[in-house]
Design a protein around this ligand. Structure first.
Ligand code: NAD
Length: 496
């Protein structure tokens, strides 16, 4: 595989039935570096015809062999794929830093260790996918004897639609369990950051996947993404993105009642109790909110702080934020990169204005920084009320809202879940029993105690309420790509 400069200078094509193809459109879209606004690539738009070709290749690959490929072969290919991702970590990390702005200090270790572990974890599963034998007598057949068992089968051809923040990791969270289960895939990468997905597809091909098992079509969400979600020959859509588009996906999927899993937005609480270790909690709050410039679905943007320790916490928080360097993700020690686009910059600035209008106190930040690039300083609002829009809605930028609470437990517990989202969250306390009680109360797919966003290949990840449907990672992430068939065999002697 080439270096980053060589890779970026190549033509970036669609991948259909094992071939890199130009596709049917004359239109192109531009991928630019959010830190410099320089063009990284110009990619030919996919069309609905390209999606049709990709779906029919994925269907043929599914029917003609991948679904029944020996489990040990799927294991070998996934292990090869994992090794190749780790070997190409530098390229993948640099390209992701270019296209998404996420600093290299984050993209490199995730490509070296975290994302290969998604593949190696699921490489262990094909040989362990099994059903049950069920001791039962079917209704009205009390005089007969049956052997009843279940078997797990792959759901079929899966459409995968991914967002621009962490595009490689999110693609692998879908691809690894789908391939382990025996599904084939058509991937629609995010148009703002599609390049790491192209590299992954090339590596998957090199790992030994037969033609048609994975396919990729670049292009506009509202055209190629929507056609994929509506497609009659797609069995499941696995979508990660905004709650707004998640609802459109549901509408599209009803054409053939395909299965849907959704990983959507978040507004996660970061709860600091009066007895928390503030030396740990304050810097962790800064990192949980401002990592990836707040463009992280799990970001701990809603900080709940006990009144007794608020001033001390804010002082330590300020010290921690002062140490977070804002800049181009390729520069050493940079922690906060750019926002993805001018549209996103403007959206965040609008929310900052909403916060001021709602009467929250602008504790620090609030301004955009000079172009080129899209930048907003780390921003903290204090004296927020849980009913405010800035506290309830996903901003997806470097904006923290701080809500105080006191010993009125009922109001505090009500405020914690007063948002449409339920993705992540954390509780900080030296008293594990109290922290656990609050963790149980938070209506989210995952809550950490004295840590924020503790993710691993083995642990199910996903959202409640408007943060989504289903789970990725862990055994439950595999189940999303399997369906159960019950087989009942009459075995008594009277059977003729
Ligand atoms: P988005 O919803 O705008 O786009 C996501 C994907 O959907 C893109 O590939 C886009 O092209 C496609 N798309 C757009 N319109 C479509 C349509 N009509 N039909 C089919 N596909 C369509 O989201 P984004 O701005 O790329 O990503 C940010 C959002 O993603 C945030 O809300 C964030 O919280 C969420 N997110 C969630 C998770 C999670 O695991 N829960 C992870 C990362 C990001």
């Amino acid at each position: 595989m080439s270096t980053t400069a060589e890779f970026l200078s190549q033509q970036h094509l669609h991948f259909i039935n094992g071939d890199w193809v130009k596709g049917n459109s004359k239109k192109v879209f531009i991928v630019s570096d959010p830190a410099t606004e320089k063009t990284l690539a110009s990619i030919q738009q996919g069309t609905t015809d390209d999606i049709d070709a990709a779906v029919s290749a994925a269907r043929a690959a599914f029917d003609n062999g991948w679904k029944t490929t020996a489990p040990a072969i799927r294991t070998n290919i996934l292990n090869n794929f994992s090794r190749l991702v780790a070997e190409h970590a530098q390229l993948l990390a640099e390209v992701e830093t270019f296209e998404s702005g996420t600093p290299l200090s984050w993209t490199l270790p995730t490509m070296q260790f975290g994302f290969p572990s998604f593949l190696s974890y699921y490489a262990g599963w094909p040989t362990k996918i099994m059903g049950d034998t069920i001791p039962t007598t079917p209704l009205g057949r009390e005089d007969q004897e049956f052997l009843v068992y279940t078997q797990k089968e792959p759901v079929g051809v899966v459409g995968m639609i991914t967002p621009w923040n962490s595009p490689a990791g999110i693609c692998l969270m879908k691809l690894a369990p789908a391939l382990a289960a025996g599904c084939t895939a058509v991937i629609k990468p995010p148009e703002l950051a599609p390049l790491t997905t192209s590299i992954l597809v090339k590596l998957a091909d090199e790992a030994g996947l037969p033609p048609g098992v994975i396919n990729m079509v670049h292009g506009d969400g509202a055209i190629v993404g929507q056609h994929l979600a509506e497609h009659q020959d797609i069995d499941k859509i696995s979508f990660t993105g905004s709650t707004r588009v998640g609802k459109i996906i549901l509408e599209s999927a009803k054409t053939n009642l395909k299965k849907v899993s959704l990983e959507l937005g978040g507004k996660s609480p970061f709860v600091v109790l009066a007895d928390a270790n503030l030396d740990l909690a304050a810097p962790a709050a800064a990192m949980a909110c401002f990592g990836m410039s707040g463009q992280n679905c799990m970001a701990g943007t809603r900080v709940f702080i006990h009144k007794d320790v608020k001033q001390e916490f804010l002082k330590k928080l300020d010290t921690a934020i002062d140490m977070l360097k804002v800049g181009n993700g390729f520069e050493e020690d940079v922690f906060i990169g750019p926002l993805i686009s001018s549209t996103q910059n403007n959206r965040v600035l609008e929310y900052i204005q909403v916060g001021k209008d709602e009467g929250a106190t602008l504790h620090r930040g609030g301004n955009s920084l000079d172009p080129p690039g899209h930048w907003i300083e780390p921003t903290v609002f204090t004296n927020c009320k849980h009913q405010m829009r800035i506290v309830r809605e996903e901003i997806f930028g470097p904006v923290m809202v701080v809500v105080d609470f006191d010993n009125d437990r009922e109001s505090f517990l009500t405020a914690l879940n007063d948002t449409d989202y339920g993705l992540s969250g954390s509780v900080w306390s030296k008293n594990i029993a109290t922290a656990l009680e609050i963790a149980k109360h938070i209506d989210s797919g995952q809550v950490a105690i004295n840590a924020h966003a503790a993710i691993s290949a083995e642990t199910p990840f996903g959202g409640n309420r408007q943060s989504g449907w289903g789970r990725e990672l862990g055994r439950e992430g595999l189940d999303e790509y399997l369906k159960t068939k019950a087989i009942s065999i009459r075995i008594d002697e009277n059977y003729e």
